[in-house]
Design a protein around this ligand. Sequence first.
Ligand code: ARG
Length: 588
Amino acid sequence: MKKMIDLLTQEMQAAFEAAGYDPALGRVTLSNRPDLCEYQCNGAMAGAKQYRKAPIMIANDVAARLQDSKVFSEANAVAPGFLNLKVTESFLAEYLQSVAVDPKFGLEMPEHPKKIIIDYGGANVAKPLHVGHIRSAVIGESIKRICRYAGHEVIGDVHLGDWGLQMGLVIMGLKERQPDLIYFDESYEGEYPEEAPFTISELEEIYPASSAKSKADPQYKALAMEATFKLQSGVRGYRALWKHILNVSVADLKKNYGSLNVEFDLWKGESDVHDLIPDMVKYMKEEGYAYISEGALVVDVKEETDTKEIPPCMILKSDGASLYNTTDLATIMERMKLYNPDEIIYVVDKRQDLYFDQVFRCARKTKLVADETKLKFVGFGTMNGKDGKPFKTREGGVMRLENLIKETKEEMYRKIREGRDMPEEEAAEVAGIVAVSALKYGDLSNQASKDYIFDIERFTSFEGDTGPYILYTIVRIKSILGKYAEQGGDLTKVELKEAYNESEKALMLQLTQFNAMMQNAAEEIAPHKVCAYIYDLANAFNHFYHETKILAEEDADRKSGLIALLVLTRDVLETSIDVLGFSAPERM
Ligand code: ARG
């Protein structure tokens, strides 16, 4: 269905035309003076030159044509030539009723839905998830849900780091601890055990220890590189061990991502494209794209219009080993073959900006990607501590996602127990749900590309621009609706009515903007726009709530209209938090 702003524009264009002016001038926008009007049109200003008239004269002519409008209750021409607009209560109620019965609240589905792959998460196997990965998971999950809600086909791929030196380091670390493992016996030809010879906690100890050792001991590092090479060239025991590492690690990752409501459609990784690399390299050489420079195989990606130096994209190192680039290029090739997407979106730390620039250029130049397929990099900023430096634990170490969630939950639990009498068990459950909203909203409400300060105090507050405030508003609505039902009211039999006062109208107007907002958030890949919208919506609701008696309303017809407005507000808020990737409890 059409957006409110488009319907208003239609009415305004007709008025411009009737007054003898170009209808194209009649574009209506939201008011930037909400104290004066709800909408505005600046077309008279724009038409002044064309018609050699003072803008106010044009505005007056147009306003005169709108005096009997069923859409605008007010159309005032004000100096120097603006049209200040208000909509009629009847038009608003009618529009909003059609929004209320639409399964997507007025959001139109695309004529040609796109197939989009989102590459996010990007966890590295055998390394614990840290806060650097939280942003990718949180933002990527939301982008996936927004695009899906907007009618596109979306495939989320975790793109695990499961093939590089870290695997060799883990294997070497294991060898040090358990040198007699059958996996290291290269003459062994039998079956390998099904059970992994380590647990997730051992695995998590092994990597950092081995990584530290390799930094101090070049000989050890050489062994780890050799182990990586053996793994990649298919030595049986190493492959079998690697499968164990992958399985144990992925099970743990699924649990961690799950606690943040993050779910991937594909659990592919760098290793999946290993076998595609030789053919890709051959093709790049044969077509003359790749050449040897100082021993390495590279593709030039600089362009004439570059203002800064873009180095060539390296495909193979001088020892023939592949790189992060190589797996990313082969992954593009595979994705094109398997899914032929219209778009691939990468949600990665913005410090990898230049890197992705090289990869995208290389993929285009070598025609690994179709001309019509868009490659988009959504780079995110750093999560900082209150000192403005990258977020650390109190001890100064890297904060692990698990602990971050745990700490947020504890803080939430404390706040919930402090403010209300809720049984311990319920409080713990509710704290878990609300903590996820605190973390995610705290992240998503910032434009992704910006750095932000992780402030647990602020994020867990029930007041202000926070996740818990939004949830609190939803729970408040649910509680009123619950009481209405208890009193015998039927929520399915309510219908929106015309607004009675300013705050009610403001809430209704806010609700009409959902469709335009969601379309815009999907087009611009911008979850923060959903956050900004629901914050305004929650404020509009709470303002209305404080000024209106609802359950005590005696006029049954009016009460039904109020309840319908609550139902719609709840539904729009819940739909919005769902695309942000969190949910509301029943009580809090
Ligand atoms: N594993 C990488 C890291 O931790 C992120 C992967 C991002 N995705 C990609 N296609 N390169 O830095």
